[in-house]
Each structure stands twice: as structure tokens, then as C-alpha cells.
Design a binder for this molecule. Sequence first.
Ligand SMILES: Nc1nc2c(c(=O)[nH]1)N[C@H]1C(S)=C(S)[C@@H](COP(=O)(O)O)O[C@H]1N2
Ligand SMILES: [Mo]
Length: 256
Amino acid sequence: MFEKRRLITRRGLIRTGALGAGGLLLAGCDRLSSSAGFRGLLEGAEDLHMGSQRLFGGNALAREFSESDMSPLFRANGNQEVADSAYRGHLTSQFANWALVVDGLVARPLALPLAALQAMEQREQITRHDCVEGWSAIGKWQGPQLSRVLALAGVSERARYIVFHCADRFGSTPYYESIDMADALHPQTILAWKMNGQPLPEAHGAPLRLRVERQLGYKHAKYVMRVEARESIDGLYGGKGGYWEDHSDYAWYAGI
Ligand SMILES: Nc1nc2c(c(=O)[nH]1)N[C@H]1C(S)=C(S)[C@@H](COP(=O)(O)O)O[C@H]1N2
Ligand SMILES: [Mo]
């Protein structure tokens, strides 16, 4: 029932109790979590942790914070500009004629203008973003829940993955990400168009980016142009479900 997936996270490391020294954890948890030795050591425990989380706490919420916890500076990471000329045109016109495509295994493929996404019921959440490169920041995000967008399109029961196609590239390779239906339908999974009370700036993923709060930073796709429901991710780009998964061996399941 549960696929065997690697789970390598700071909280995973803490919960498995494999690290005794708190100082060690604080000093270099992200470096540790990417070391092959630790991965090998923790593999069994990680799978157990993954299974038990989805069995007993599948809908558990990520921690939410208050305004006073918000980071004064939220760093931008990965691509911070998009070269694509159609994107540049939309940026200039503040995405007035832009629409999000929702397609794949849906009864009603959609092209949702930004104004339509803004007119839907909104969720606002203050959460902590954890990047595997070793930084975190707390920010406020707002947008419709992905579950509502998928319901509007009539997502099929055959859909097992939701794929996010982005406007940016590394070299000639487009950025993309994918999540399973448990995360797609989770209440804190939103398509955010607002960050810290302002429309998303280009650096943070304008006009729309995914917030999937129980996952590490690289899953939070910026510059989302198209949401596609699929039965499988086989044959999609490198086949591992995301740009970093394909190119840097990052785990597809980056849950915390
Ligand atoms: N389209 C796209 N999404 C992306 C990236 C990217 O380069 N392109 N980088 C990822 C990584 S590694 C992180 S940590 C976050 C950074 O989000 P931020 O720039 O808003 O801090 O976006 C993620 N989503
Ligand atoms: Mo990241």
C-alpha cells in the first residue's frame, strides 16, 4: 500500500533518535542528512517513519506561526528570474492575461485566470520553509487550496500524482515537481499568489507558486504555469518526479 520511499529530513533524524548530540544536530543537520553514511544507517527507520506518519497522521498539519515570528528577510533561492519571453510579457502586464492550465486526468480541463484564483476561497498560513541547502525562513502565504482547484476541474479517481510545470529552466531543462494525492488534498497545500501580504515578486515565483508545507523547500514549485493530474510519473522528464530528483538525487518524498 505504501511505496518504499526515502525520507531524509532533520525531523526524521531527530525522531529516529539516531543522533545523540544536540550540538551536532544544530551545527550541521542538513549536511548530515545528505551524507551517504547517515542515509544508509537510517534507511530502515525512515521507511517505518514514513509508513507510520501516513497511517496514523496522514492529515497532520505543519506547524503554523504568528506574525511576530515572520523572518525580516525571506531569502530567494534557485531560479529568481525567468527568461521565457511569454513569461516576461505576462510579468510586464502583471499577469492580467495569464491563466493557469489545469489538465491531465480531469473531467474539465481549465484555464484559470489569476483573478479567478484570487476570487476563490483563500487560505492564509504562516509557515517555515526549510531548504536543504541549510537555511530556513518563516513567511506568510495566501492562495486557494489546491484541493479546491482540483475539485473545480473534476480530478479523476485514477489520479495518483499532481505535477507542477514551471516557466523557468536550468539550461534547457524545465523545472517541475510532483506530489502525491495525500499532499495534493492536504488543507495546507495551496497555490499561493500572495507572500507576506503582497503579490508574489518574480524572485519568489510570480504569479503562482506551490506551498506544500510538510515538504522541504525544493518541492515548493515557483512559476507554476500548469497543474497536471497523472496516474504515473514514468516517462516524465527524468522519471524521478522533479527537477532536483532527476538531476541531484534529491528524494522525491521530502516530507517532515
Ligand atoms: N520553479 C522553481 N521552483 C523552485 C526552485 C526553482 O529554482 N525553480 N527552487 C526551489 C528551492 S530549492 C527552494 S529552497 C525554493 C525557494 O523559494 P524562494 O525563492 O521563494 O525562497 O523554491 C523551490 N522551487
Ligand atoms: Mo532549496
